[in-house]
Design a protein around this ligand. Structure first.
Ligand SMILES: C[S@@+](CC[C@H](N)C(=O)[O-])C[C@H]1O[C@@H](n2cnc3c(N)ncnc32)[C@H](O)[C@@H]1O
Length: 257
């Protein structure tokens, strides 16, 4: 990504300016004073990162603003706490305290956050630089309302890489469980949590070779998520398929033999 621009929200304090300057050095970008930004952009559709008052980051591109929030992680935890409901991601992954999980598709990191609560560590890859940077640089500053979220956020390690190349660089059995939740073939626009990242997301299609690398990299099992109506299920084979009858999501699970 060329020309990475960092600025602040309007009327910044000195800490915001310092953070925007630090980030511009860390990521080899440039810092622009917010007051001079629109003149600099000159009506061109160029994306930029904003350091907010709470030090989290936003990505702005035209009318689209992408910001970090824990999204569905709280609902998923409520499902676990409620005896009468299930969480199929949890059931498919069955994380334990010793597990090191590789989440190939970070997105907003809400599933990574949820899983991190139950395991030792989550390493997550994200191919989109704006999504990667907003989540990575917001996670440590976001004002989580619940302690488990704050604790879990400290167990997430984020890498900006395409999972296809990342997987091929990993040694056999390097993670306990490998999980992949790519963008659906048939987008569910009712998923408001994902609507904000659609424009910057990577839409790579997974194939059986990727699945085999997931399996090689995993010690215990791999988990893949897609919609019931997605054609990808005809191309990929799994040992088990989990999901509620009422939901349109399925988790494919294959165990390491
Ligand atoms: C459906 S979202 C994942 C949502 C995530 N599970 C969550 O809890 O927020 C898919 C994400 O994976 C990323 N992605 C898709 N293909 C990728 C690839 N080949 N390498 C790395 N990231 C990829 C997209 O950019 C997007 O952010």
């Amino acid at each position: 990504m060329s020309n990475i621009i960092f600025t602040t929200s309007h009327k910044p304090d000195k800490f915001q300016i310092e953070r925007a300057l630090d980030l511009s050095k860390k990521y080899k970008g440039i810092y622009k004073n917010r007051r001079h930004l629109s003149k600099f952009l000159n009506n061109e559709e160029i994306g930029y990162f904003i350091v907010n008052k709470d030090n989290t980051l936003n990505w702005v591109m035209g009318d689209n603003t992408f910001f970090y929030h824990p999204s569905i992680s709280k609902v998923k935890m409520k499902n676990i706490e409620n005896e009468n409901s299930k969480d199929y991601l949890h059931e498919a992954i069955t994380p334990t305290e010793e597990d090191e999980i590789l989440d190939l598709t970070l997105g907003l990191g809400s599933e990574a956050l949820f899983l991190a609560n139950f395991c030792k560590e989550v390493t997550a890859t994200e191919g989109s630089f704006p999504i990667y940077l907003v989540v990575k640089e917001s996670l440590n500053y976001y004002n989580f309302k619940e302690k488990w979220m704050k604790d879990a956020s400290e167990k997430i390690k984020i890498i900006n890489d395409n999972y296809k190349s990342f997987l091929r660089k990993q040694k056999d059995n390097s993670f306990d469980i490998v999980y992949c939740d790519p963008m659906f073939e048939n987008p569910n626009y009712l998923s408001s949590s994902l609507n904000s990242l659609r424009k910057m997301a990577i839409y790579d299609k997974i194939n059986m070779e990727d699945i085999n690398h997931m399996l090689r990299t995993a010690k215990k099992k791999i988990v893949f998520k897609a919609r019931k109506i997605d054609k990808i299920w005809a191309e990929l084979k799994f040992d088990d398929y989990l999901g509620s009858r009422n939901s349109d999501i399925i988790f494919g699970v294959t165990y390491k033999k």
